[in-house]
Design a protein around this ligand. Structure first.
Ligand code: FES
Length: 180
């Protein structure tokens, strides 16, 4: 029916617009939204050992390095990087100026919009249907049924920011991680 079709269009459009925001810099202008899935598809898989960990990447696919990152991302910053499976994942700068040891998958667990961080509200607030998540990604308002997916966030010996799968208990629900 028409209402459903409109809704889907809105979600696609919204997600595309937000994904464009991830593509920082002038390249975003020329690349355009439709190319995003191809970029994510062609990203090289993780190099080297360390299990399933991958380096966090910027919009152009370049590895992110902690020291450099923290010179441009200040206390309280919540910015998107490319994480596991190419999913947009929040890197969070804590009050002490260091990186949070988890990343939050930005994909809304309701219908998949990318959820923006709202600093004034100290929450992630989904523009699509109003779901809200706490600073740690716990659901504080539906319709989202589940918390934002977690990833471990570490830094390797070369200073590269690394995401790896979170397979342990979800500390927000104290249950099994729903994304595994
Ligand atoms: Fe529906 Fe986020 S996609 S609230």
């Amino acid at each position: 029916n028409m209402a459903a079709a409109d809704g889907e269009f809105y979600i696609d459009q919204n997600r595309r617009n937000l994904m464009n925001l991830i593509l920082v810099g002038s390249a975003a202008v020329t690349v355009g939204g439709l190319a995003v899935p191809y970029i994510l598809f062609f990203l090289p898989p993780s190099a080297g050992g360390g299990g399933a960990g991958i380096s966090a990447k910027d919009a152009l696919g370049n590895d992110l390095f902690e020291k450099e990152y923290l010179t441009t991302h200040r206390v309280g910053d919540h910015s998107l990087a490319q994480g596991l499976k190419g999913d947009a994942t929040y890197l969070i700068v804590k009050e002490d100026g260091t990186l949070e040891d988890f990343g939050l998958n930005a994909v809304c667990t309701h219908l998949g919009c990318v959820v923006p961080w709202s600093a004034p509200n100290n929450k992630f607030m989904c523009p699509c249907h109003g779901s809200q998540y706490s600073a740690t990604g716990a659901v504080v308002r539906g319709p989202a049924p589940l918390p934002l997916a977690l990833a471990h966030r570490t830094t390797d010996e070369a200073g590269t920011i690394i995401f790896s799968p979170w397979t342990e208990t979800d500390f927000r629900t104290e249950g099994k991680p729903w994304w595994m």
